[in-house]
Design a protein around this ligand. Sequence first.
Ligand code: UDP
Length: 363
Amino acid sequence: MSRVLHITGARPNFPKAAPVLAALEGSVEQVLVHTGQHYDDRLSRVFFDELGLPEPDLNLGAGSGSHATQTAAVMVGLEQVFLERQPDLVVVYGDINSTLAAALVAAKLLIPVAHVEAGLRSFDPTMPEEVNRRVTDQLSDLLLVTSADAVGHLAREGIAAGRIHFTGNPMIDTLLKHLDRFDEAAARQRHGLSGDYLVATLHRPSNVDDPAAVAQLVSVLHKAAERMPVVIPLHPRGRAGLEAAGLLESSGVVVSDPLPYTAFLGLVRGAAAVLTDSGGVQEEASVLGVPCLTMRPNTERPVTITHGTNRLVGVEGVLAALDEVLDAPPLERPAPLEKRPPLWDGQAGPRIAGVVLDWLAAR
Ligand code: UDP
């Protein structure tokens, strides 16, 4: 039996990896590695419990630090693991530092790499994730993409067509699988909400690191909260800065700790709109049929604009866009299949497994 090592490390990885592990179950020997990039239980443990992910076989405990410190710690840990376990294939997910670290270590040991969610590009060099995406894709043997635009980006970067596979979005497999558990009434009760409300998530460095940007963001959130309550499950990244800038000084702002997956998506499902700088949330809101206002100057997920509910508005454009969205007729929730991006149908995991198994058989 071939041995496949899956490398996960942070919150956005887990809903992507779960369907791939499930679809490969029984066909290959699987080893699940958690690098420990996210070690806070609220960003990690809860996902394993809820998504039915197997307990990680190994946790490297890499922890946080500067980009170099963290990437290096993961590389050192993974080199040992790869030498000991001798995998036939390493599967990496998304665009976090652990993704890049795993691809670098595997490439130098001549171990093939499959990248799930390859080819996304924001073309924004200030995003650390953009560096991780580009380099990981150059080092990968199998590029598994979630949207057609990603195929074009990879082709332009010189990746051979035979290595690129449009398999759809495994994060949406996870969303559709757990849809019945996204309980909007429970979310309202949990956060003390009776009428309409907004959800906001913020953690990108461009929004939460620079004090001037934080001040602008807090002012926009306060103004939005004059229309209806804004529930903000706050990522630990940036929390202190947002609070220091007075985030809690509006009675309409409801801050919580990061929520478990189903609680979070129950909250999003019932929201009038979502304000976010998250990558995954743009995708999830699109499929749930919830208007999404992305507080960034660019997105690596343009398919959520062309085939979803997303609008790129920046922080400065939130209030005007919010007026438009709240005045528009309500959207169908969840979005029907024909209004979703192609192959966001709940079958990406099996398609990815098919590509992986064919590739392993051909070796
Ligand atoms: N998420 C969650 N609880 C929260 C906020 C987000 O479970 O309080 C989930 C969300 O549904 C999505 C993932 O975390 O599946 C996205 O992660 P994040 O926004 O941290 O990363 P990004 O997608 O921006 O890389």
